[in-house]
Design a protein around this ligand. Structure first.
Ligand code: FPP
Length: 256
């Protein structure tokens, strides 16, 4: 995948990788006196709209936070509904994903999911594996701390087996053991629903992400709202710890 910033169709800097915390389904429903389930169902429509708009814009990777490690503690009926929605969406959307050239990958601890869901995930990943327009990562039973701990475990196992010397471990090596070492870190991290926190999403990978918080509830976050977020991103100067002047020179040389 291209590790340099990609220009958009109208030559604005475009994030290569966008990560989104899709928050606010429950409140969207409660405000309409609907059950929370209706909010999650409405949220699927936004998922579709944002995936399609991402492809149209030329985004290379989109990572959506669908189910966190902590979401298991919600009422059982809501957990079951989210599993059913996930299963049903994978079934109903697979052709659409392929029509748009989207490859699907699930990140997170799959072992906790029902066997049928695990099989369905593996199938959709296989069917879409040759698609090249965009990679859609759905984070399911994912937590940023979990990701860091599983990377540490892999490194310890490698050290024990003599494949790596502890003194050789650095940030670069560490990040190869995280969930998606083949992608650039998210350039843009969006959270809907009005809250301004990371909620244990991509802790390591968002170290230099630009954050964008929208007051819209996820079911109301449409292509227009997304384009506003992309335009906001295009106006930011990313400094990566440098001075403004240094960052401008790096950006002009295409090295940011
Ligand atoms: C947060 O809203 C949303 C979730 C926990 C689930 C998001 C899932 C979907 C949109 C559907 C499945 C997605 C895919 C990719 C198949 P919340 O319930 O925390 O809202 P609240 O903060 O208003 O209560």
């Amino acid at each position: 995948m291209n590790k340099d910033a990609s220009p958009s169709s109208d030559d604005q800097p475009l994030p290569r990788h966008v990560a989104i915390v899709m928050d606010g389904n429950g409140r969207w429903a409660l405000r309409r006196r609907l059950p929370r389930a209706a909010g999650h169902r409405a949220g699927i429509k936004s998922v579709r709209a944002i995936v399609e708009e991402s492809v149209r814009q030329g985004i290379q990777a989109l990572t959506l936070f669908a189910f966190s490690s902590e979401n298991w503690h919600r009422p059982k009926s809501e957990v079951n509904l989210l599993m059913d929605l996930f299963m049903g969406t994978l079934r109903s959307e697979v052709n659409r994903l392929s029509e748009h050239g989207v490859r699907l990958r699930i990140i997170g601890e799959r072992a906790a999911f029902p066997e049928k869901l695990r099989q369905r995930v593996a199938e959709v990943e296989k069917v879409t594996s040759a698609n090249e327009a965009m990679l859609l990562q759905v984070a399911a039973n994912y937590g940023g701390r979990w990701d860091i701990v599983q990377a540490a475990r892999r490194l310890v196992a490698d050290a024990r087996a003599g494949r790596i010397a502890p003194e050789d471990v650095d940030e670069g090596i560490f990040s190869t053991r995280l969930s998606f070492p083949d992608l650039p870190d998210p350039d843009l991290f969006i959270r809907t629903g009005g809250e301004q926190r990371i909620s244990n999403f991509l802790l390591w990978q968002s170290a230099y992400s630009e954050f964008y918080f929208s007051d819209l509830m996820w079911p109301d976050f449409d292509a227009l709202a997304y384009r506003e977020a992309l335009a906001d991103f295009a106006g930011r100067q990313r400094r990566f710890g440098l001075t403004g002047d240094q960052a401008s020179i790096r950006a002009a040389n295409g090295t940011s």
